[in-house]
Design a protein around this ligand. Structure first.
Ligand code: GUN
Length: 292
């Protein structure tokens, strides 16, 4: 019988831990942690993510500010805004919601954020520090995955782990974290991507499979061995006549056929998703602690 990894429950537990810490800061008269999010344009998914982040901050008592800029904003105007927030001592953490319009360089924007305020963990300084095992901000989704493995006491040491998807914000960092010489590391990691010819052959031998492709239902039962741990990072919105909104979220895993073969599996929604936001809250708290 498989066990569902309940990301929502774990995320709520962690939110309570964060809320208690923020309450303690307030009680002692300290500065309330402050996260600022910059949202450029009106991308629907980005609007949703940012409003979830805002709500989560409110729940735990972290101050949050959302700065909206027009789709037509120039790269320089955005860089100036970032520089202004870098200088503002009241702001502990800053995120620039991605994707950005085509005329703005994502790389220049990421590099403009002060690494000490880079609670997304996207700046090369943080990525590099994580790579060599120094303390750093780790981006939200990989950090959330490691936290779930840890809270469910899922051993990674000596295990074979297949990561499917090589994005800078999920696949690449999580593969590095799992291979580090630390707790929830020490795994033998294979990073698969769109040019890997034999994904099924590799995944069907893996103890742990992490799928972050963005292809609904990609991982099928024949690609998974009995007793595997499956972590689904996919979120694709598809039409549904069974929900009020007319949409539903589905993952990269064909859940109904894969779950019976697993020891542990994350659902979509309610698995990795809720964990990403608490990772951001944790990073913001860490940033404010460093300031103090
Ligand atoms: N777009 C999709 N995921 C993320 C994220 O974690 N951070 C930011 N800034 N943008 C995103």
């Amino acid at each position: 019988m498989y066990q569902i990894i309940d990301g929502k429950k774990v995320a709520n537990q962690i939110k309570e831990e964060i809320a208690a810490e923020v309450a303690d800061i307030k009680k002692k008269g300290g500065k309330i942690p402050h996260l600022v999010a910059i949202l450029v344009g009106a991308d629907g998914a980005s609007e949703t993510y940012v409003s979830h982040k805002e709500k989560a901050c409110e729940t735990v008592g972290i101050k949050s500010t959302v700065v909206r800029m027009m789709e037509s904003v120039t790269e320089n105007e955005l860089l100036e805004k970032i520089a202004e927030f870098n200088r503002d001592d009241d702001i502990d953490g800053m995120i620039v919601q991605l994707p950005l319009p085509d005329h703005i360089s994502e790389h220049r924007v990421i590099e403009a954020v002060d690494p000490k305020k880079d609670v997304d963990g996207f700046h090369p300084a943080n990525v590099g520090r994580m790579f060599i095992g120094l303390p750093s901000y780790v981006s939200a989704t990989p950090a959330g995955i490691i936290e779930l493995l840890s809270r469910y006491k899922i051993e990674t040491s000596g295990k074979s782990c297949v990561v499917i998807g090589r994005s800078n914000i999920v696949g690449k960092p999580v593969s590095i974290l799992l291979s580090r010489k630390t707790s929830r590391g020490n795994a033998t990691v294979t990073l698969c991507h769109s040019r890997t010819p034999n994904i099924a052959e590799l995944s069907s031998k893996a103890d742990i499979i992490i799928v972050a492709m963005g292809k609904a239902g990609f991982l099928t039962a024949d690609m998974v061995k009995e007793g595997a741990v499956v972590i689904d990072v996919g979120i694709t919105r598809i039409r549904s006549d069974k929900t009020k909104s007319g949409w539903k979220l589905v993952g990269d895993v064909a859940f109904d056929e894969v779950a019976p073969k697993c020891s542990f599996i994350t659902p979509v929604p309610g698995g990795v998703g809720p964990m990403t936001i608490v990772s951001l809250l944790k990073n913001t708290l860490m940033a404010s602690r460093m300031e103090r």
